[in-house]
Design a protein around this ligand. Structure first.
Ligand SMILES: [Zn+2]
Length: 222
């Protein structure tokens, strides 16, 4: 969804809260959406006390109860969707080959990075992982999302990567499945088919401490 209407619930200082929104708030290693709300530029979107806050320069033009139109900067969002889906694929491949887990990630429209708890990361192996990831892209694997209840999801090994971080109040989980490549509980934004990604280019790998290897990547569009 690129455009939507929402009713203003609160407008104070630089924060606008709506009854519903299509803006993705910063979280899970992903940058937030930006865009326009009621004719005003949305700089960033954050989640605060369970509410999605649209950060604007000045909210004084918004009136509680009025319906405003929102539109997401789709070019930026689509690039984040591609980047984030790429992160899933790279993580799944590195995990399969080395057993390494992901300790952090930062997904941005132009360049993204993933941290792995790995001791070794040689150039040749990185080239192999990238090739395997680009094979998944070229294969045109469908990306699906669906919902599962908490108990059911926790029974599937590896599905919930951060079981301890899962608040007890969460009864229903969103599952994202990239064909036979990767399945996990996830609230982020993804493309519908891996072919949309284009081509994955790994820019560099860095040592970030004894057991931490950081991979930087970007995407080349056809
Ligand atoms: Zn995801």
């Amino acid at each position: 969804m690129r455009e939507f209407d929402g009713k203003v619930v609160s407008a104070e200082g630089n924060k606008v809260i709506l009854d519903q929104t299509a803006f993705y708030p910063r979280g899970g290693g992903l940058v937030s959406d930006t865009g326009v709300l009621g004719g005003v530029q949305v700089r960033e979107v954050i989640k605060e006390n369970g509410e999605v806050c649209h950060l604007v320069d000045d909210s004084s033009g918004f009136r509680v109860g009025e319906v405003v139109h929102g539109s997401i900067d789709w070019d930026r969002r689509y690039r984040v969707m591609k980047m984030h889906t790429t992160a899933h694929i790279m993580c799944a491949i590195v995990n399969k080959e080395t057993g390494a887990l992901i300790t952090g990630n930062q997904i941005s429209p132009d360049e993204s990075r993933i941290d792995f708890n790995l001791e070794q990361f040689d150039r040749e192996k990185i080239a192999d992982y990238t090739k395997a990831a680009n094979e998944v892209v070229a294969r045109g694997v469908e990306v699906k999302s669906y919902f599962m209840n908490r108990e059911e999801a926790l029974k599937v090994p590896g599905l919930v990567k951060l079981a301890n971080a899962l608040p007890p109040s969460v009864d229903v989980l969103r599952i994202v499945q990239i064909g036979d490549v990767d399945t996990q509980a996830d609230g982020g934004v993804h493309v519908g088919n891996t072919r949309e990604i284009g081509e994955i280019v790994v820019n560099k790998a860095e040592n970030k401490g004894k057991n931490n290897r950081r991979l930087y990547f970007s995407l080349r569009q056809p």
